[in-house]
Ligand binder design. Structure first.
Ligand SMILES: Cc1ncc(COP(=O)(O)O)c(C=O)c1O
Length: 428
C-alpha cells in the first residue's frame, strides 16, 4: 500500500514545486497589504464597454465558429495580425510560421517538452522568469544561470558557461533569454550584445529561445530589434497578448524555424487540441477594430508613472546600502539589500508590516538571490507604491540590525538599464 502511494507519481514530478510567488498570493492579496509581488497587468485602462459589445456581437454573429474546435496551429487571420505586431520589432514572418499558444507560458512548456531530455542543459539568465524555471524543472532539464549586468546577459559569461558545459560533457539544448525589460531583473539587453550572443549560440549549436512579452512596453515608445530579426534560422520567438491586451484570454504565440514549428503543432494537438477559438477571435477583432497601438501607449504611460513613483520612493526611503536596477520599460525593479539581510526570511515580517514582494531566490534554480527581491510596479497605484516602499524600507532597516546601520555606508552602485542613448533602438 505504502509503496504504491510512494510510486504513484512519475519521477519527473520530483522537480515540481509551488513557486514562492504562488505560495504568497493568498496573503499578499489581502487589501491591507500593498503587493509589489505579482506581475498582473493593469487592465483598468482597457475599453471594457466597447469590448463587451464586441464580444456579444462576435457570439451573436459568429458563435458557431467561435464556440467550435479549430486548428491546432491557430486561426489564420490572427496569425496574420501577429506578423504585423512582430514587424514593430523588425521581425519578418509569414502567418504559416506562427503557432498560436495558450499564453507564451504554453510555448515555453511545449518547447521544453520537445527539446529537452532529462539532464539536458538550458542556459538562462540569472535571475530568470519563474514560470520558465517551472517548466524546465518539470521536464528535468538542468538550468545553468548566465550572469547579467545593467546591460543584460553578459556575452563573456555565456561563452564561459558553454565552455564549462562542453568540458563537463553536458548537452546544452537552448539559451532561454528575455532580452527586453527583463522579468525579474528589469534590464534590457544592449543592442551591441545581441549579434554577439547570436553568434556564440550559433557557434555552439545552441538554439535561442527569445521570450518577449514586454517588448512593446518601452517607456519612450521605442522598440529594440528582436533577436529573431537577425537570425531567423536559430531563434524561436515567443510573444504574448497578456501584457499588451488581456492576460486572462491566454493568447500567446511562437514563431519558430520550420522543423521546430512542425513538431510544435503536434505538441499543441496533444496538449490541448487547439487554442481557444473564442479567445483568438476576441483578440483578432480587437486588433482589427481598436487602436491597439494607441492602447499600448496608454499602458506605457501608466507604467512609466508607476515606475517613477517606485524609483522616487526607493531613493527616498531605502537604506543607502541598497541598490536597484532602473527599468526603461516593463513591470519590474530588481533590488539588492544590505549584506546580512535574507529577503526570503524577511518576507513574513514584510507581509506583517503590510507589504509583499517576490524574494530573489525564487528566480534561480540554485537558490542564490538571497539578497535580492523583485518589486513590481504594474498593479498598485503610485500612492500605494510609495506607501508599500515606505513600509518595506522600515522592514529592511529593522532587519539589517543596529550593527550595520552605523559607520560609513558602502558605495551606492545603482545600475541603470540601457542608460546611454546610444543603446536605444528607435524605429523610424
Ligand atoms: C518573461 C515572461 N514570459 C512569459 C510569461 C507568461 O506570459 P503568458 O501570460 O503569455 O503566458 C510571463 C508572465 O509574467 C513573463 O514575465
Amino acid at each position: 500500500m505504502h509503496d504504491i502511494a510512494a510510486n504513484r507519481f512519475a519521477v519527473r514530478t520530483a522537480g515540481m514545486e509551488a513557486s514562492e510567488i504562488r505560495a504568497l498570493f493568498a496573503v499578499a492579496s489581502r487589501p491591507e497589504v500593498v503587493s509589489l509581488a505579482g506581475g498582473m497587468p493593469n487592465l483598468a485602462a482597457l475599453p471594457l464597454a466597447a469590448l463587451s459589445q464586441q464580444v456579444a456581437q462576435l457570439v451573436a454573429e459568429d458563435g458557431l465558429t467561435a464556440l467550435q474546435y479549430a486548428s491546432a496551429h491557430g486561426l489564420p487571420p490572427l496569425r496574420e495580425q501577429i506578423c504585423a505586431v512582430m514587424a514593430l520589432e523588425g521581425v519578418t514572418a509569414r502567418p504559416e510560421e506562427v503557432v498560436v499558444t495558450v499564453g507564451s507560458q504554453m510555448g515555453i512548456d511545449l518547447l521544453t517538452r520537445l527539446l529537452c531530455d532529462p539532464g539536458d542543459v538550458v542556459m538562462a539568465e540569472g535571475p530568470s522568469y519563474v514560470g520558465a524555471l517551472g517548466s524546465f524543472a518539470a521536464y528535468q532539464a538542468q538550468v545553468v544561470h548566465v550572469p547579467m549586468d545593467g546591460h543584460g546577459l553578459v556575452p563573456e559569461g555565456l561563452r564561459a558557461a558553454l565552455r564549462r558545459a562542453r568540458a563537463a560533457g553536458q548537452r546544452v539544448k537552448m539559451l532561454y533569454t528575455i532580452p527586453n525589460f527583463h522579468n525579474p531583473a528589469g534590464v534590457t539587453l544592449a543592442v551591441e550584445r545581441r549579434t554577439e550572443i547570436l553568434e556564440i549560440c550559433r557557434a555552439h549549436g545552441v538554439l535561442v529561445v527569445e521570450d518577449n512579452p514586454y517588448g512593446l512596453l518601452g517607456f519612450d515608445g521605442a522598440t529594440y530589434p528582436a533577436l529573431r530579426s537577425t537570425d531567423p534560422d536559430n531563434v524561436v520567438y515567443l510573444g504574448s497578448f497578456s501584457k499588451t491586451f488581456a492576460s486572462g484570454l491566454r493568447v500567446g504565440w511562437v514563431l519558430a524555424p520550420d522543423e521546430v514549428r512542425e513538431k510544435l503543432v503536434l505538441a499543441m494537438e496533444s496538449a490541448t487540441l487547439c487554442p481557444p477559438t473564442l479567445n483568438q477571435m476576441i483578440v483578432s477583432r480587437y486588433l482589427a477594430a481598436h487602436d491597439w497601438q494607441g492602447q499600448i501607449a496608454v499602458f506605457r504611460e501608466i507604467y512609466r508613472e508607476r515606475r517613477d513613483a517606485m524609483l522616487d520612493a526607493l531613493e527616498r526611503y531605502l537604506p543607502p546600502e541598497c541598490t536597484w536596477t532602473v527599468p526603461d520599460g516593463g513591470f519590474y525593479v530588481w533590488v539588492t539589500v544590505p549584506e546580512g539581510v535574507d529577503t526570503r526570511a524577511m518576507l513574513p515580517r514584510a507581509v506583517a508590516a503590510g507589504v509583499a514582494y517576490a524574494s530573489g531566490s525564487g528566480f534561480y534554480t540554485d537558490k542564490s538571490g538571497g539578497r535580492q527581491m523583485r518589486l513590481s510596479y504594474c498593479y498598485p497605484t503610485p500612492e500605494r507604491i510609495r506607501e508599500g516602499v515606505r513600509r518595506l524600507a522600515g522592514v529592511v532597516e529593522a532587519e539589517r540590525g543596529p550593527g550595520l546601520s552605523t559607520g560609513s555606508p558602502a558605495p551606492v552602485e545603482r545600475t541603470p538599464a540601457a542608460s546611454g542613448g546610444e543603446l536605444r533602438y528607435v524605429r523610424s
